[in-house]
Design a protein around this ligand. Structure first.
Ligand SMILES: [Zn+2]
Length: 393
């Protein structure tokens, strides 16, 4: 791997520094570093450097990125959305548009926006089997040197309500899915204990983590979180479980929330949020105080669920901050932290950051402060993945 000296950048808005990159990692940070012989020197032009952005909750297989605009056609409610997606996907198949093509197009946008890591859920169901998983794996392999992608086998159409799906999830893990997913064990699948027992058993058998979609709000969601904490503890899976959305945490009364936070922190269960516009935001300050790791995700992008999204985690951090009413630079910086450090914690990444020893995964942003970078989220002028330039404006 080549040596690169990035001069005159401001790590997260700090004083101007040079970054020396050797063997894919940042080896020195300081003022006036000398370029080793044969090193490529890149002038950072006093821009802000941010660590690689981490999308902790994506759906690469669902995107229609790169296709003509498609007006949203689904009815209201989860079942109507799932039904609409089945019809839309069948139409795409008839048109010969593959999952690999769509996911590849979106990965290009993610890389240009400075994304270094993605955790993507991938639909596994009895209609399409593992087709989406194989398609996304093809796209992931094509981008392996530009962005690292981990995959969750996701029972989008339900688990126990669709006999045969439990077996398919296990087959997905054997075929290369990194984690086991779940979907509203109570509200959608109607048998919460059995649903969770089934997916935890697969995870424990294969030594994998879990990432469970939980839209159920109020006490139903809180009850499900209790069941997840209980199983994480019983199976010794602390640090390997994520709950996505977890809207219930924004809806239960204070004392109930405190108990849940204690259980989540105790089992190092992480959360992801996608800055939803139609549900109350998670109590991020209380989660941080309790020591619960939270990552940020773009969720589905331009898909049959929603026409929104563009794969820019800085833009998503702006949405999160806007929803939270953030104004001060430090509050805007906290939103960006979810998209970097928080996501790295959810994915269990080592060496994510801008300090010596970290992987040289970073992006340059033409902005004066982190606050401006979040609010304006201008196009990234340079993106490095493990020390290689992978995108340039
Ligand atoms: Zn999702």
């Amino acid at each position: 791997m080549s040596t690169l000296l990035l001069t005159g950048v401001r790590p997260l808005g700090g004083p101007a520094s040079d970054l020396l990159v050797e063997g894919g990692r940042i080896t020195r940070v300081g003022e006036g570093l000398a370029a080793p012989e044969g090193a490529t020197v890149v002038d950072g032009r006093d821009q802000l450097a941010v660590p690689g952005l981490v999308d902790a909750h994506a759906h690469l297989d669902k995107t229609l990125w790169g296709l003509p605009w498609r007006p949203h056609t689904a009815g209201d409610g989860l079942a109507a959305l799932i039904d609409n997606e089945h019809r839309g996907r069948a139409e795409l198949r008839r048109q010969g548009v593959t999952v690999a093509q769509r996911a590849t197009a979106l990965l290009g946008a993610y890389v240009a926006a400075g994304t270094s890591h993605i955790r993507s859920h991938v639909d596994v169901d009895t209609a399409a089997g593992l087709d989406s998983l194989h398609g996304v794996m093809e796209a992931r392999d094509a981008f392996a040197d530009r962005v690292q992608v981990e995959l969750v086998a996701f029972p989008q159409s339900g688990l126990l309500v669709r006999p045969g799906t439990v077996e398919l999830l296990e087959a997905a893990v054997r075929a290369g899915a990194d984690l086991v997913g779940g979907l509203d064990p109570a509200g959608f699948d109607h048998r919460p204990a059995e649903h969770l027992d089934a997916i935890f058993a697969i995870a424990a058998r294969h030594g994998r983590g879990l990432d469970i979609h939980l839209h159920d709000g109020g006490e139903l969601g809180a009850f499900t979180i209790d069941l997840i904490i209980e199983r994480t503890r019983a199976l010794g899976l602390a640090g390997m479980v994520t709950i996505s959305h977890a809207f219930a945490l924004a809806e239960v009364p204070g004392p109930r929330l405190e108990g849940l936070l204690e259980g989540l922190a105790g089992q190092r269960i992480s959360l992801t949020t996608v800055a939803p516009g139609n549900r109350p935001p998670l109590p991020l300050a209380r989660l941080a105080a309790a020591g619960v790791t939270v990552g940020l995700g773009c969720d589905g992008i331009r898909d049959l669920w929603s026409p929104w999204g563009d794969g820019d985690l800085l833009g998503r951090a702006a949405l999160l901050a806007w929803r939270a009413g953030a104004r001060r630079d430090q509050d805007l910086a906290a939103a960006l932290e979810l998209a970097t450090t928080g996501g790295a914690g959810v994915l269990g990444l080592d060496g994510h950051g801008l300090e010596p020893g970290c992987w040289a995964d970073l992006a340059l942003v033409p902005a004066a402060t982190v606050g401006e970078a979040v609010v304006a989220h201008p196009p990234r002028s340079l993106v490095l993945k493990r020390g290689r330039v992978v995108a340039r404006a």
